[in-house]
Ligand binder design. Structure first.
Ligand SMILES: *Cc1c(COP(=O)(O)O)cnc(C)c1O
Length: 353
């Protein structure tokens, strides 16, 4: 395929692979949205929001679900629910809650993070045991929460092993710790390993899921919790400014996406595998993380200025992003078409770096 030889084709190509959040709602989703029944959700009178919350709680086998504007807000609410000021939480050094939520952990909850330095944003129950501060040693912060991410984001879309999650849960019970799942891309983990959502529902105190990533919704995340935590979650959502009114239009997109857009994630994964495979054949690519879902993390030769590489791709209509630490990231999504995919693959072959 030599699409890139046609200059008009190159000029018109806009392939955005910086994140799976860049996708726009499809016509079918917008039609579904237009027909949504709505009400005032702050009074819990929006039938579409209520339906979405019911459906997701049922999928995970948890008591309650609460619709939020963002995944940052669901994570922050969970941390607020499960900690007290001065506490410490345990997470990967790559965690979204640590790196990409504006310092909200300390701003909102007065909590610090103990970071685990392991590959791909994963760790095991021994790492957790080693990271717990002795509870009667009052000089150090009290450890009260473990957060994991599935799939991992900066970790390269890696999926957690459910046995390891269960072992960590055991450590949490023995040490009186809460356990939160940042499941922004839990749908991708499901497509990758088939582990039922209810398996997570059994283990975690709170779960955050995003509708605005691979599922192709314009906005929205959901926090899952027990009925004991629900009233407090509702209060914190209000405090954080996340109470919305006729948000049923947005919730409707979520209802549509859960029915129609989960299984198709397999296509995104296949394209990410193709990209990973292609990158491995290129002389200037130093390392490609194993691809497990829709994220490809790779590093290019130190001799090459990575900004130059990004600019070169940009000139040809391809946008990808740097994650710092010399890592570059490609994320496939619902709006990344087969034509764009073939174009990107052939372009990589012919890049002159
Ligand atoms: C995107 C993301 C979130 C939430 O981000 P928002 O942009 O606030 O919705 C949380 N955790 C992970 C791992 C993410 O990738």
């Amino acid at each position: 395929m030599d699409l890139q030889l046609d200059p008009f084709y190159v000029i018109n190509m806009k392939v955005n692979l910086i994140s799976d959040t860049v996708s726009k709602p499809s016509k079918e989703m917008l039609d579904f949205m237009l027909n949504a029944q709505v009400g005032d959700d702050v009074f819990k009178e929006d039938p579409s929001v209520n339906e979405l919350e019911f459906v997701i709680a049922d999928m995970f086998g948890m008591d309650n679900a609460l619709f939020f504007p963002s995944g940052t807000m669901t994570n922050q609410t969970a941390i607020k629910l499960l900690t007290s000021p001065g506490d410490q939480l345990i997470c990967s050094k790559y965690a979204h809650v640590y790196n990409y939520e504006g310092g909200g952990v300390s701003f909102n909850s007065g909590v610090s993070c103990k970071l685990i330095d392991k590959e791909k944003g994963l760790f095991d129950h021994i790492d957790v045991m080693k990271s717990i501060n002795p509870p009667d040693f009052y000089h150090s912060p009290k450890t009260s929460l473990v957060c994991i991410e599935n799939t991992t984001n900066k970790g390269g879309g890696a999926c957690w092993n459910i046995e390891e999650i269960n072992k960590i849960k055991k450590v949490c019970i023995e040490n009186n710790l809460n356990f939160h799942l940042d499941g922004a891309r839990i749908w991708n983990a499901y497509i990758s390993n088939g582990i039922d959502f209810k398996e997570y529902g059994k283990v975690f105190d709170t779960i955050s899921v995003c509708l605005s990533k691979g599922l192709g919704c314009p906005v929205g995340s959901v926090l899952l919790c027990s009925k004991e935590k629900y009233d407090e979650a509702l209060r914190f959502r209000k405090i954080f400014g996340g109470g919305m009114r006729q948000s049923g239009y947005l919730a409707a997109c979520g209802i549509y996406a859960l029915k129609n857009n989960i299984n198709r994630l397999a296509e995104d994964h296949k394209r990410a595998f193709d990209i990973g495979k292609k990158l491995k054949t290129l002389s200037f690519v130093r390392k490609v993380e194993d691809v497990e879902s829709n994220i490809v993390i790779f590093e290019i030769d130190e001799k090459i200025e990575y900004q130059k590489f990004l600019d070169e791709l940009n000139k040809k209509g391809i946008s990808i992003i740097s994650m710092g630490d010399n890592k570059l990231r490609v994320v496939t999504h619902i709006d990344y078409t087969e034509d764009q995919h073939q174009y990107f693959l052939s372009l990589l072959d012919e890049l002159n770096i």
